[in-house]
Design a protein around this ligand. Structure first.
Ligand code: ZN
Length: 161
């Protein structure tokens, strides 16, 4: 069995940054299940996994544009603090849902000054080259429900939407 569109890939992965620091890993946890061909994972990694079989291992570097995208400076904005009325204390690291020209997005507060708040709507991993080590530990056919929803269902999440 090979990983092709509409199959569920079951993978163990470790994601590191340029400096070799681990950003995310499935090590010590259940492997990640994803629906191949449905953009559940970053495009570059999905491309690399196409046609792989159980037991295949790969080590690859995915450029930012094939990962979480380049940093878009338009998504970094300085806003007047008075826009955050109702929030007791605005602090770096806080996340808000914001209505932007790209629709509803999660933005993170990166800096707070006297009267202004700088927010960043970029994905936290935008602009980074992604160093992946991946092992395919399973492949199965997707259920009709999974194909309809475009993502994998598992025991933790038996029924929803
Ligand atoms: Zn679903």
């Amino acid at each position: 069995m090979q990983l092709t569109d509409k199959m569920v890939g079951i993978i163990h992965y470790t994601l590191r940054n340029e400096g070799g620091e681990t950003i995310d890993t499935s090590e010590g946890e259940a492997p990640l299940e994803y629906l191949h061909g449905y953009q559940n994972i970053v495009p570059g990694l999905e491309l690399e996994l196409a046609g792989k079989k159980v037991g295949d291992k790969l080590k690859t570097v995915i450029a930012a544009e094939q990962g979480y995208g380049e940093i878009d400076p338009n998504l970094i904005q300085e806003l007047p603090l008075e826009m955050f009325q109702g929030v007791e204390k605005v602090e770096p690291g806080m996340e808000f849902h914001a209505e932007t020209e790209h629709g509803l997005q999660i933005v993170e507060v990166v800096e707070v000054e006297q009267d202004t708040v700088t927010i960043d709507g970029n994905h936290p991993l935008a602009g980074l080259d992604l160093h992946f080590e991946v092992e395919v530990v399973g492949i199965r056919e997707a259920t009709a429900d999974e194909l309809e929803h475009g993502h994998v269902h598992n025991a933790d999440e038996p029924t929803h939407h």
